[in-house]
Write a protein of this length. Sequence first.
Length: 320
Amino acid sequence: MTENAGTTIVFTIDDTYEGRLDKFVQNELVRNFPDEEERFSRSYVQKLFSDGNIQVDGNPAGKNQKVKMGMKIAVEVPQARPLEALPQDIPIEIVYEDDDLLVVNKPKGMVVHPGAGNPDGTLVNALLYHCKGRLSGINGVERPGIVHRIDKDTSGLLVVAKNDASHAKLAEQIAEHSVTRYYYAVAYGHFRENSGVVDAPIGRKENDRIKFCVTNKNSKTAITEYKVLEEMPGYSYLELHLRTGRTHQIRVHMEYMGHPLVGDKLYGSGKQVKQFEGQCLHAGVLGFVHPRTGEYMEFKADLPPYFTEFLDSIREKNGI
């Protein structure tokens, strides 16, 4: 990724913040540029310091400085020129396809689009090969066709746009929360009620650029319906209906309820299931209005083997 002259943002510390300046800068960059989160790694921020792109009260800043009340911090952020994604012959499961869109069942462990640390091998690389480059360009050369995303270690359904008109109409449905999305998960523990609604706003966790949390500060409305499908010793198998679609919403809401998802290293408990890399979470149902025909379409993806094998192992162990 190459860079050129960018923009300067200025922060004034007007409340209490305990910590080092480099961590503060990293958190603020992510907050101001949420779509470029992967870009602002610790090493990237350190380079900003060494290149003299960060000043405190008009003087070059040191990364080990402590943040103090009244500090005026100026950060010059070079403009990023994204590396154009290239086609790669990577097998993907196409659930549906026509001239306007396709629905893909993304496997666990696959990143949706290229970014810092994942320059290739992504769903986008596979789509470019499959579609011979015929994807919408609204999200630029780094994210062609991508209307919405799911986490690397979440499996399941995504809709991809082949042209800009379809992309715009699909994105409008997502913004209006009219897309049907059901997820399936295994969480720790047993719920007091077998079904319910979690209505709790989500925002970025202060002093941690990666995590989100339930908070009233700089947050957005987040609503998740849940239903317990099966209760097993130590675990609950869940169906979760997203009424909004915030980043990490299900993972954050389940942690908030005291029932983090099995395998979730970011939001989970200290105990982890060894065979899991990432959360036990599958996007199993996706429904939307076709952008050209106006017809409502709904798709389902069966639970993947990693998920069913884990459920079976719990049942077998407990004689269920």
